[in-house]
Ligand binder design. Structure first.
Ligand SMILES: NC(=O)c1ccc[n+]([C@@H]2O[C@H](COP(=O)([O-])OP(=O)(O)OC[C@H]3O[C@@H](n4cnc5c(N)ncnc54)[C@H](OP(=O)(O)O)[C@@H]3O)[C@@H](O)[C@H]2O)c1
Length: 282
């Protein structure tokens, strides 16, 4: 049975961390921490979220810690929290950082790795989950429950997380980019084009290693939630694409291929390759 008292502490109140916080607070006690204190006051406190001004205070008052900072900020963060995380479940959403790497630094911590996507903003995310060596079945169940509240969940082998990053993580950007260059908005997306997007993304998912059923599932959900995101947030394809693209990241690698008229399969393979290059293992 779900433990209603479970307290979630989120470190990194950016695109993903803030969306998870607002989406999860209906069922969990949520508190957030970010090194940008102004952001915490303006965007979290003022919107009714509990905030902590120190990472250690957040950890002490939480059972589950979600690490939602960029991969390049990870080492500093892991070393900062290392002395305080005993007995806590660690959920990491960072692209390319393996459970083994986190376990190596945090010494046998219970870690679950999650790869959600930007549709977490409207609680329509697709999240792939992989359990670390020391996490228990109940930890994975907790992650399923949390990310289930925020959209659809798949449990995958950890080696498939880079492929998930390329399809459900970066995939929305392939759609937004296509809409940008064809000057489309969500009201102009006809069923034929949606079906074409599904076929292109399904092929890309097959090419990065998913089986036919999951490839189709991922493609249908990614297309549907990306279009829903445009409608519900009122953001333009370009604005949403920028939210998914970080310098040197997987989506940027894919978009570079698309800008040279590459296919979505080629773009996804480039995103997966970039995820593997960025990958930090034990
Ligand atoms: N965006 C996506 O579509 C997506 C999808 C799946 C997974 N992810 C993963 O989600 C993670 C977060 O991505 P994002 O797009 O949400 O990034 P983001 O918008 O840059 O948010 C990260 C936040 O963490 C803060 N931060 C950095 N170091 C910190 C520290 N030591 N302690 C506390 N806060 C710290 C950053 O502050 P500053 O800005 O001041 O550095 C920023 O406010 C990444 O690891 C990414 O791989 C992203």
């Amino acid at each position: 049975m779900r433990d209603v008292k479970k307290r979630l502490g989120i470190i990194g109140f950016g695109n993903m961390g803030s969306s998870i916080a607002f989406g999860a607070r209906s069922l969990f006690e949520v508190s957030v921490f970010d090194k940008d204190k102004q952001k915490l006051v303006k965007q979290a406190n003022n919107r009714g979220l509990k905030t902590e001004m120190l990472a250690t205070d957040l950890i002490n008052s939480s059972d589950v810690i979600i690490l939602a900072v960029k991969p390049q900020d990870f080492d500093i963060l892991l070393n900062e929290i290392k002395p305080f995380i005993q007995g806590k479940l660690i959920l990491s959403i960072a692209a390319g950082i393996t459970t083994g790497y986190i376990e190596m630094i945090l010494k046998e911590a219970r870690v679950v790795r999650a790869m959600p996507n930007i549709a977490v903003k409207i609680s329509a995310a697709e999240t792939s989950l992989a359990k670390g060596k020391y996490a228990k079945e109940e930890d994975l169940n907790f992650a399923k429950e949390l990310f289930g509240l925020l959209g659809k969940v798949w449990v995958v082998k950890e080696e498939m997380i880079d492929s998930a990053t390329a399809i459900s993580g970066s995939g929305p950007a392939y759609i937004f980019y296509d809409m940008e260059i064809n000057k489309l908005d969500s009201s102009k997306i006809k069923i034929e084009r949606k079906n074409e997007y599904i076929q292109r993304l399904k092929q890309a998912a097959l090419d990065v290693g998913f089986g036919p059923k999951m490839a189709l599932d991922l493609a249908i959900n990614t297309i549907a939630s990306s279009i829903q995101l445009l409608v519900q947030t009122g953001s333009s394809p370009m604005e949403l694409r920028k939210m998914i693209t970080s310098a040197g990241g997987t989506t940027e690698a894919a978009l570079e291929v698309l800008s040279r008229n590459g296919s979505w399969s080629e773009a996804a393979l480039a995103a997966k390759k970039r995820a593997q290059e960025l990958s930090r293992k034990e």
